[in-house]
Write a protein of this length. Structure first.
Ligand code: PMP
Length: 426
């Protein structure tokens, strides 16, 4: 059982890494926002299942039946975890990026898409892949209320007909700040638009309830939810999913295929989630997600959030002691956030700083632009029109980059304490 003071057991707690100064230290994984370590419980569940592995929906043997049951029961577990409505479908994908690209593919023709410039590229870019969609980019808001007002205004000025979609993140992968999802969903629906929640950073830290938030779809990745086995989720309304062509064409998505008289083939596609899951599915990845959902639910999000708040407070207090550190924020000091925080250090190149944290302290953080270039440019006040401002890929080795520290349910106090001490010393 987890108490407010105890991290959940994860893999990698005892990994030793060399220090440039000689000797070695246990690795402090403080890059959960990029990819979180597997929960021990997830690893145990996967290991217990692995000998029984079999094909899903493709075999008459006992292990195929067992694997098929496990796969479909995992779907139910994820639906429960997300508080899905009766008619919602849970589609298994590879990741959040995959889920949002899938959704972009099924939008009705000429859908208007509204997205804040502050989004992760996975939420920002898939809509550009279709030439018939019109994308409206919304300026970075200075407060959560301003986000709602900006969206309201944009939606109110659109033509009052035709399909529209709002795509918004629940928690920023750069600032960790929570976005007013419920209010944005209400604004979207009031103007006849639908909304998809990018919960890649939110789901590992907070309960996400589709019905309660009243969003139309939710996307998240297993590897950020302590289940790094290559699966992701798109859950939500079935109608657009089932009216569109399958994401991938192939076996599993097709119900019947027959030669036509004219020599071609006639295909009847499934109208379940299987429509978008052609090919043999990643049953291990999907089962791992279901296992993580259960583990987090059993630990209790109240407990997890309380513990994470303690860690966030420690990091914030530690960074506040160092005058050269500037924490990046859109919504200000009082913003509610998950355990994700980016900063720059005056006099330091961020890539060198992150490298020093690794080499001298065994701490793994991320540096760069975090696949959210427009947001980081805005936060750092660099010229948004200057594509050369990034220089190297992802801004590494230039002044236009930042350092991100992120943590979660598996993080021991010692890791954030070491981090705070290291920042002060550097
Ligand atoms: N959205 C957000 C907010 C993210 O942080 C990330 C991953 N950094 C993604 C989407 C994309 O997730 P994935 O790389 O698993 O597709």
């Amino acid at each position: 059982a987890c108490t407010a003071a105890a991290p959940l057991p994860v893999l990698g707690r005892d990994v030793r890494v060399p220090l440039v100064t000689g000797g070695e230290v246990t690795y402090a994984a403080l890059d959960y926002a990029a990819s979180a370590p597997a929960l021990q419980r997830v690893w145990d569940d996967v290991a217990a299942y692995a000998p029984y592995y079999g094909s899903v929906h493709r075999g008459a043997g006992y292990l195929s039946q067992l694997s098929t049951d496990l796969f479909e029961n995992s779907r139910k577990t994820v639906a429960e975890f997300l508080g899905c409505r009766e008619a919602d479908q849970v589609v298994f994908t590879r990741s959040t990026t995959d889920s949002l690209n899938l959704l972009a593919g099924v939008l009705p023709a000429d859908t208007r898409v509204f997205v804040f410039e502050t989004e992760h590229h996975a939420s920002l870019l898939p809509w550009e892949q279709r030439s018939d969609l019109t994308v409206t980019y919304l300026d970075a808001p200075g407060t959560p209320q301003q986000a709602v007002d900006t969206l309201e205004k944009a939606l109110a000025t659109r033509e009052p007909y035709g399909p529209a979609l709002v795509c918004v993140t629940g928690a920023s992968n750069v600032t960790g700040e929570l976005w007013p999802v419920r209010e944005l969903a209400a604004a979207a629906h009031a103007h006849g638009a639908r909304i998809v929640l990018d919960a890649a950073q939110l789901a590992p830290h907070h309960p996400v309830d589709i019905a309660d938030l009243d969003v139309d779809w939710v996307a998240f990745s297993g590897h950020k939810l302590y289940a790094p086995f290559g699966a992701g989720v798109l859950a939500g309304r079935a109608d657009w999913l089932q009216a569109a062509e399958p994401y991938l064409a192939g076996g599993g998505a097709s119900r019947t295929v027959a030669r036509r008289e004219d020599g071609g083939v006639a295909v009847e596609w499934h109208t379940t989630a299987a429509r978008h899951e052609a090919g043999s599915p990643n049953v291990i990845g999907v089962y791992a997600i279901a296992s993580a959902c259960k583990a987090l639910t059993e630990a209790g999000f109240d407990t997890l959030v309380a513990r994470e708040r303690e860690l966030i407070a420690k990091v914030r207090a530690g960074l506040a002691e160092v005058p050269e550190v500037k924490v990046l924020s859109l919504f200000g000091d009082d913003a509610d956030r998950v355990g994700v925080l980016s900063f720059v250090v005056e006099g330091w190149n961020s890539s060198h700083f992150a490298a020093a944290l690794s080499a001298e302290y065994g701490i793994g953080v991320r540096d760069g632009l975090f696949c959210a270039h427009p947001l980081v440019r805005t936060l750092l006040g660099s010229d948004p029109q200057d594509p050369g401002a990034c220089g190297a890929p992802e801004g590494r080795g230039t002044s236009l980059n930042a350092i991100r520290v992120s943590f979660g349910a598996g993080t021991p106090d010692e890791h954030v304490e070491r981090f705070v001490r290291a920042v002060g010393e550097l």
